[in-house]
Ligand binder design. Sequence first.
Ligand code: NDP
Length: 477
Amino acid sequence: EKAQIGVTGLAVMGRNLARNFARHGHTVAVHNRSYGRTKELVEEFGSEGKFIPAETAEEFVASLERPRRVIIMVKAGGPTDAVIDEFAPLLEEGDMLIDAGNAHYLDTRRREAALKERGLHFVGTGVSGGEEGALHGPSIMPGGSPESYEALGPLLEDISAKVDGEPCCVHVGPDGAGHFVKMVHNGIEYADMQLIAEAYDLLRQVGGHSPAEIADVFRGWNEGRLGSYLIEITAEVLKQVDAETGKPFVDIVVDQAEQKGTGRWTVQAALDLGVPVSGIAESVFARALSGGPDVRAAAKDAALPGPSASSGAHGGDLQADVEQALFASKIVAYAQGFQQIQAASKEYDWAIDPGAMAKIWRDGCIIRAKFLDFIKQAYDKQPELATLLVDSYFLDAVSGAQDAWRRVVATAAQQGIPAPGFASALAYYDGLRAERLPAALIQGQRDFFGAHTYRRVDKDGSFHTLWAAEGRPETEA
Ligand code: NDP
């Protein structure tokens, strides 16, 4: 018997994906650079389904039915290229190499183009949900050609998470579209985490609540419109007590957030596309600030002064206000992320359906949340929606939240508590609302020092002013 699918790279993710396929009744060929992991998998989990262990790449390829479907689950970057170089010569026309690691979408575009020339399908696929998701049902975001999805999609849909029986897996679009969307998913995840962290910090520092009390607040929020995996695990983390010291777990952890890079990639791509993902950017920078011990130590030595003691107490129900600020800021972060997906879709001709992305993120992945249903509905109603903020559900939510949101940002500023996520989301919202922006002044400055020209509100064309050098400014067309 031949295998319907093969997995090469059997560390945590690959092993669990392979087991997930086997548990769904598929015969899975398994392979790893070092045979030890392959043997271990079959010894430990062989009883879960049908595995065909292979020691060499040749054996592995020979054990697969055609068209061959080979999932690569190795360390992203050089190792992925090494594995492609090893397998591509062994495959035949129409076979598929599926990269399920966290590749950069530009690498995926490059690899897809190169393999297409050799008659092979290369399918860059986002997989979210970590180790547990890989085993029990991840959210899956495959790119690549529509033909490859025909042969591969049903298998991936089978092992993905499900919401009301519908798979959290859809063909995102050609070449790098799947990895792009996975990248933005992670960027949104960064923003979500930062906003939650700010909410906690304000409840602790302004409200004076203990981590255990705040855990209860998050548990309560999880029952409402904020209900999501990240809110749920936040409550768990906050109620955790360190076994050694008896202190709250959050207090014994070094306060320097690390990152693997997908948030940074999201912001870099957004800069190139010209999409203001300020929420994601703030969250990446907040991690960088936390992780810059030298600068923080220097600031501590210099005792950078905080606000005067008279700075006001919060003028409202803090807990209710923070919930509103968190929800409104989260809406902004998602609106920005979806705008980035739409911009890339246009740039690369991917024809991504943003509503379908919200749909497949409703379970299996880290940002899974009730809230995604409303995003899906918004795009179902209006696929060309310029920003989620103008959809009626989100418009109502944000306008209902805004007074509380402003109070929270004001309190944070007055008390000297950093809340860059809340503050920048609010500034973005006000930027969108503004009748006139001071961008007009920036155009004036640009024209002054660089003769970059400007457009006028009252007539067409581009204009340059002869600035003060000869006295009074004159205008020329
Ligand atoms: P790692 O990223 O730790 O990668 C380890 C695997 O890569 C091992 O199987 C290793 O083989 C193989 N490998 C490394 N270098 C080479 C090489 N040059 N040639 C062949 N194989 C090589 O494993 P994870 O399971 O954590 O992640 C796999 C992929 O999934 C990564 O791209 C990761 O970014 C992505 N991912 C991870 C998630 C997670 O929660 N961990 C979530 C979503 C995606 P060997 O055993 O021989 O050393």
